[in-house]
Design a protein around this ligand. Structure first.
Ligand code: NAD
Length: 360
């Protein structure tokens, strides 16, 4: 995967900026990818991961930063898309000096990029990064941060699921629907709470016995099944992948009995052909990056000074966005993810263009 695109390419413009950062003493090797600042400063988390090679780290940051531009555009944020990767094993090399060195590189971009947590980085790490840069979100509540983003992620997934239910069954209510939740982690637990409150019947699974214990204690009405294969094959109306990526693949989709898929996991489609497989089986897929945007909405709110009610209101609008995307997909005869991409590109072009109006 390269960084530059041909000037003849009629597709999206490619990445604006890719920055390689190195501090040998602390062991920092990071790449910051800024895909687009058409809507505002780029926002996206920092993934700290032991990539097999520099090429793999670059490919990931290019992919993830592009994804953030689309997610942030559809979330209605005045923020562009970016992401960063730190190449290394966080258990081996993460240190105060490394995180602060990284913070200085983020600061050096002068606000073109805001960072946050991702795989391998936590709220406490962002507090350390914040000692060197103003351009950081996802800090702890004690430091003026938004705290755990899974709260509004789950709320947003619930809203996206309601919109998908309305599209398929004519009513957004999940009362009486059987919803399969794969992964009772931070998001899956909050989501289960919303579903139970709405009168849904929850069927769930997790590989961690502590998560199952949580369900038994807090929601004894939830039916627990052995594994994801059993969940997918169960008599469910909605499937909510809330564990790892690639949940929709050549094994799960043919076995899936649900009419709707709406869940928190990132990158649910294992490969591009899966969308057609879903459509052929009459399964409505609410794109993951649309319905799981509540987390980025929560941390983005921190830039203005965190206000939970305001952020929740914005995450509630995931209902309207999902509904709009599903209708557009029907009208244009394309899968929902294609419709979502079109809507995001339209907003980036229409609103981004306004910067050409000279302000004097
Ligand atoms: N937390 C957020 O704000 C947020 C935002 C956007 C997207 N997401 C995505 O949502 C998903 C869940 O996030 P989270 O914060 O709840 O993570 P988490 O680590 O708290 O929870 C994941 C859960 O999935 C379980 N799990 C792992 N493999 C499994 C398997 N094969 N079968 C069943 N369960 C399995 C784990 O035991 C864990 O309980 C992730 O894909 C994450 O990238 C999270």
């Amino acid at each position: 995967m390269g960084v530059f695109v041909s000037t003849d390419d009629p597709g999206p413009a490619g990445h604006e900026q890719v920055v390689f950062c190195q501090d040998r003493q602390s062991g920092l090797k990071a790449i910051i990818g800024i895909y687009s600042t058409a809507l505002g400063p780029a926002l996206g988390g920092t993934r700290f991961y032991p990539y097999a090679s520099e090429e793999a780290a670059l490919a990931d940051v290019l992919d993830l930063s592009r994804g953030m531009a689309y997610k942030n555009a559809l979330a209605g944020l005045d923020l562009g898309g970016g992401k960063a990767v730190i190449w290394g094993d966080p258990d081996q090399v993460k240190s105060e000096a490394l995180l602060r060195a990284y913070g200085r590189f983020v600061q050096s971009l002068g606000g073109r990029y805001y960072t946050a947590c991702d795989v391998g980085t936590y709220v406490a790490d962002m507090d350390v990064v914040a000692r060197e840069t103003r351009y950081v979100t996802g800090r702890s509540v004690e430091h003026g941060g938004a705290g755990d983003s899974s709260v509004l992620t789950a709320w947003g997934v619930f809203q996206g699921m309601r919109a998908a239910a309305e599209h398929v069954w004519g009513s957004p209510s999940l009362r009486g629907r059987r919803v399969g939740v794969a992964g009772l982690g931070k998001v899956g637990r909050h989501l289960t709470g919303h579903l139970v409150d709405d009168g849904a019947e929850v069927v769930a699974t997790d590989v961690d016995p502590r998560a199952l214990e949580w369900a038994r204690t807090n929601h004894p009405g939830v039916t627990l099944v052995a594994d994801t294969a059993a969940l997918v094959a169960a008599d469910i109306d909605v499937y909510a992948p809330c564990a790892l990526g690639g949940a929709l693949n050549d094994e799960t989709v043919p076995a899936l009995r649900a009419r709707v898929v709406a869940g928190a996991a990132n990158n649910q489609l294992a490969h591009p052909g899966i969308e057609k497989l879903l459509a052929d089986r009459g399964i409505l897929y609410a794109p993951d990056y649309v319905v799981n945007a509540g987390g980025v909405i929560q941390v983005a709110d921190e830039i203005e000074g965190f206000n939970f009610d305001r952020a929740k209101l914005r995450a509630t609008r995931i209902f309207d966005t999902t509904r709009q995307i599903l209708r557009l997909a029907d009208d244009e005869g394309v899968p929902p993810a294609v419709a979502a991409d079109r809507l995001a590109e339209r907003r980036m072009a229409d609103v981004g263009r306004l910067r050409a109006i000279h302000l004097g």
